[in-house]
Every structure is written in structure tokens, then in C-alpha cells.
Design a protein around this ligand. Sequence first.
Ligand SMILES: [Zn+2]
Length: 223
Amino acid sequence: MSLVIAFVVLLTSLGATPTNPYPIDILIDKDHCLKNVIEVENIEANIAVEKMIEAAENDGIVISINSSFRDVPIQKELYKEDKANVAKIYCTEHHLAGVCDMAYPGHPPYHDSVQNKAIWKWLPVNAHKYGFVISYPEKHCPEWPKSNRIIAACGVDYKWEPWHIRYVGKKLAKKIFDAGYLDPDTKVIPQDFYVSYRVYYNNYSPAQPMQISFQYAIAHLFP
Ligand SMILES: [Zn+2]
């Protein structure tokens, strides 16, 4: 195998491609914000979400996508409206393709509508079969559900969002599922399985996705 082919195979296996520079397992949270946002399609995720919605329907559960990719102006607007509950620009998974908030059609994705509750039960059991994880799973905490905000004492740094799913591919989704991330008594969360590399936050340039992907690949090989 030539070096070039080996390199392309390596990048593909990491989920980074010239058109989708963000690796599938990139960590994004309030401490790991992006420098740029590029709207790219994740065809694989689009197909997977359609399949998942169909499977839910076969089980008698109606699910729709309430929100998905958000560009910077949209996120800025949402943040302005609700600073307590919405992530700042560049720091939300909604800047990635393949991230969706799910809900019953016409219902906002709130915790306690009856129609949504059936979805919150179906999604955790089934999402990984289609390559998705619940990014912010429920964790037991004496303060919940009274307070669902960031509670360091409970070992989590987010509020429970049963509607927010992220496509990470079937392999990684299964790994996270098998690790027991849905057990409210464990501290296992999907973010434990993601990677953050300085190159993505400090040096990312949309004009040079392959170069950055190469740096990412090297970092991935020699963490
Ligand atoms: Zn969300």
C-alpha cells in the first residue's frame, strides 16, 4: 500500500474527510469550543436517523427532528434568548452534522409531555443500533429532578437532555452503550470516549482541512 493510500484509509477510519474535517469523535463542550463552524452534510447520519425514525414508528413511537445543525448566527440568537439553558456559540454539538434534538411532532423537546416521555424511553434502548448516543444522559443525583442544572457534586457537567442525540457511528455508539453510559448510577458519559486535540481548537483552518486532519491523525496515533 502506498503512503498516500494508507493516509487516506487512516483518515477515513477516523471519520475525517476533506469535506468533513471534524472527526466523528471530536469533543465539543464549554471547555472545548470550535474555532470555526462549517456546514457539512453527514449523509451517513442522515440515512441513519431516517432508519431510526422508521424503526420507532414500527414500534408505535412517533419521533421527529425538532432541531439539528445550527450555524453561528442561529446559535447566537438562541443563546441570547435563554442563556441559562443554551450553549454559547462554538461550544455546542449542534455545530456538527448528525446532531439532532428529537421530539414528538409539534412538541418542543421538553422533559414531561406525555408524547415525549415515550420517546425518552425508546431512544436510549435503540439509538446505538443506528449509530447514535444520547449526549447528556440522566444520572442519579439527589438534586434531580428538582434541579437539573450543572451539578458538579453529581459528577456531571450538564443537564439531562433525553432529546439530544449525536451520530458517532455504530461502532463507537456500541462501545459507549456497552460501557453502561445509560446507567444513572455510573459516571460514564459519551464525552469520556471523545478526543480533543489542540490542533482543532488552535490551528483549525477551513482552507486546510486535510493538513489539520493529518495533525489530528498523528495526535490520534500518538496521544
Ligand atoms: Zn440539542
